[in-house]
Design a protein. Structure first.
Length: 201
């Protein structure tokens, strides 16, 4: 019986080889897709966590209809104190204000870097899953209370301004004002890079 099967396979060896090659190709393709899918899930989940977990952004906008004598298209933005109202809502674990200025140039001596300037509050790091390289720190309540001119740089901004030198404790000029660097972010990718890549801020 076995010799009969083997002789039949040998007699039709081209077809047998093509079938075997097809099965091998299909198996390799399936294994590659599973590996790619698993790695894609891991990478996407990681970059999403870098953006922030259970995060919702609230932004100002413009009116669409006239109201109380004001025309349509009137700008309505968030104001200081609005974050406290949002944080008081049920199931909201925190809220911070964030102001963005695009295309701002940071200076350190002759070095220049153009990116998005972000002004925010101490709770920002926790809500946005911001981490800091060893030796640095995130903005603190004391920084805000004492109105300290301190900053946290993204990895690309730090590299452009300081090269391989440690930026912690050094000054960066932004809008003609010196800010002391207290922290630098890790070089990590995130998803939903609103207002630009975090590493350039």
């Amino acid at each position: 019986m076995l010799s009969w099967i083997l002789s039949g396979l040998w007699a039709d060896r081209v077809r047998t080889g093509l079938v075997a090659l097809g099965v091998l190709w299909g198996t390799l393709g399936l294994a590659s897709l599973l590996a790619f899918g698993g790695e894609m899930l891991r990478a996407t989940s990681g970059t999403a966590r870098n953006f922030g977990v259970d995060l919702m952004r609230v932004a100002g906008a413009a009116t669409t209809r006239p109201s109380r004598g004001f025309p349509a298209g009137r700008s309505i933005g968030l104001e200081a104190g609005d974050e406290k109202l949002l944080a008081s809502l049920p199931s909201v674990r925190g809220a911070v204000l964030e102001h963005n200025l695009w295309g701002r140039t940071y200076r350190v001596g002759d070095a220049r870097h153009t990116g998005t300037l972000v002004g925010t509050q101490p709770g920002f790091a926790d809500l946005r899953s911001r981490r800091v390289r060893p030796g640095g720190r995130i903005l603190s309540e004391r920084d805000e209370r004492e109105e300290r001119r301190v900053c946290y740089l993204g990895a690309f901004a730090a590299r452009a301004l300081f090269g391989s030198a440690d930026p912690i404790g050094r000054e960066v000029e932004v809008l003609g004002t010196p800010f002391r660097v207290v922290g630098v972010g890790p070089d990590e990718v995130q998803i939903s890079n609103y207002n630009g890549d975090e590493r350039n801020k």
